[in-house]
Design a protein around this ligand. Structure first.
Ligand SMILES: CC(C)(COP(=O)(O)OP(=O)(O)OC[C@H]1O[C@@H](n2cnc3c(N)ncnc32)[C@H](O)[C@@H]1OP(=O)(O)O)[C@@H](O)C(=O)NCCC(=O)NCCS
Length: 163
């Protein structure tokens, strides 16, 4: 059984260990705690008693939310957990009045790009050399955005839509 829970302090150590294992520029416990103090949205997906299978951190910034980090443990991948975290983020962002969610992703990170596309994100820009350290040296980031409401012109200005 998989549970989506707030990232309470007891999960932090496992989140940071997983982040160190799978992220190119991993977030530290201090960085995550600082975000938490500033009102970040932090969630974990927990398998069984307390195995952290996935996590996500986002920063609400007025009406725009920024995805800061997201990860799924290798043995839990391709089971829809990444999508579940993104959908939970979108639902909460909408509930709290966000107009869109934005994120940066490495050009080479095809799994993440496909995940984001699948939940409605589109590329809105490129930041050249945004990632200073990568497997092939500095790497560009794609900036992706996902509006949470239909545009006025479509006649559905207040309708929330999920892909
Ligand atoms: C990116 C990541 C979070 C995806 O997590 P996941 O739980 O495996 O993703 P899901 O099972 O929810 O996949 C959702 C969709 O994303 C796409 N996708 C995910 N992994 C993919 C892969 N390896 N290859 C191709 N498409 C992939 C598919 O479209 C998939 O839908 P489908 O399974 O119906 O085809 C995971 O690979 C990860 O933790 N990577 C390392 C950390 C990272 O890159 N984080 C993002 C930083 S911006």
């Amino acid at each position: 059984m998989m549970r989506l829970l707030p990232m309470e302090p007891p999960f932090l150590r496992d989140v940071v260990a997983l982040e160190a294992e799978i992220a190119h520029s991993p977030w530290s416990a201090e960085m995550i705690q600082d975000e938490s103090r500033l009102g970040a949205w932090l969630r974990v997906l927990v398998a069984g008693e307390r195995t952290v299978a996935g996590y996500a951190v986002a920063r609400p910034l007025f009406d725009e939310w920024h995805l800061l980090t997201l990860g799924v443990a290798p043995r839990f991948r391709r089971q829809g957990l990444g999508r579940q975290l993104m959908e939970a983020l979108l639902v909460d962002a909408v509930a709290q009045g966000a107009n869109d969610v934005v994120l940066e992703v490495r050009v080479s990170n095809v799994p993440a790009r496909l995940l984001y596309q699948g939940v409605g994100f589109v590329t809105i820009g490129v930041r050249r050399g945004y990632y200073r350290h990568g497997p092939f040296g500095p790497e560009d980031a794609l900036v992706m955005s996902r509006p949470t409401r239909l545009p006025e012109s479509s006649g559905g200005s207040h309708k929330f839509f999920l892909a």
